[in-house]
Design a protein around this ligand. Sequence first.
Ligand code: FPP
Length: 248
Amino acid sequence: MSSTAQIEYPPLRSVPYHVGIIMDGNGRWAKSRGYIRHAGHQAGVNNIRPVLEGCVEFGIKVLTIYAFSTENWNRPEEEVSGLMRLLGLTIRQRLNELHEQGVQIRHSGRLAGINRELQKQILYALDVTKNNDRIILNVAFNYGGRSEILDAVRQIVADGIAPDALTEETFGRYLYTGDLPDPDLIIRTGGEYRLSNFLIWQAAYSEYYATPTYWPDFDKSELYKALVEYNERERRFGRVLDAEPTPV
Ligand code: FPP
């Protein structure tokens, strides 16, 4: 992938394998410029590519973006249909380029509820890019963490899995994210501090980073800042790392 201005970023000690982004603030970005909300969403879509390039440059292997939540259906009809149209348009305009750049596209969320034509476009994008391995772009669209858990439970019951045979690992494979590892880092733009039903099972031990920057303004240097902070965190996963040795 090419980027215009080449800034040298000092190397990082550890890079998260999987980053999730809650892309918030499109509406406020638009309002602050006197634009309609849809212009904010369009600017938000345009910002995905440079951030994805930044992820490749910094060595991130999976990027999950929260593009449309199950709760977003409650927005005004015009905004919902605008977001649906944007996804279709983005697939039509950007799929070839993403494919050429080695991006594997995945979808996390319910296909049911999305119009048939868009469903077909999503499935086509997944199929065309399924063997790419430079980076995975997992698009959470019509996604809700609670419905994901519910859908997993329904399938587990339907498959007749015995309660004793059910492990956290098996359960994880029933989620929309399937074989993807849990996110190491979750970034939320737009200044709020909540998960909003995003990857609620998978985020159990994710590091969390929030920034007031609106999503359309979140650029590669902002991503780097988040990664620097991630590097300063000590991930203990519930353990005590400097525990005294047990006396014998
Ligand atoms: C939140 O901004 C943004 C969303 C509804 C999700 C992010 C959507 C995009 C980046 C565009 C759609 C993406 C695709 C791939 C079609 P907000 O409207 O809640 O902003 P606000 O809190 O400032 O009102």
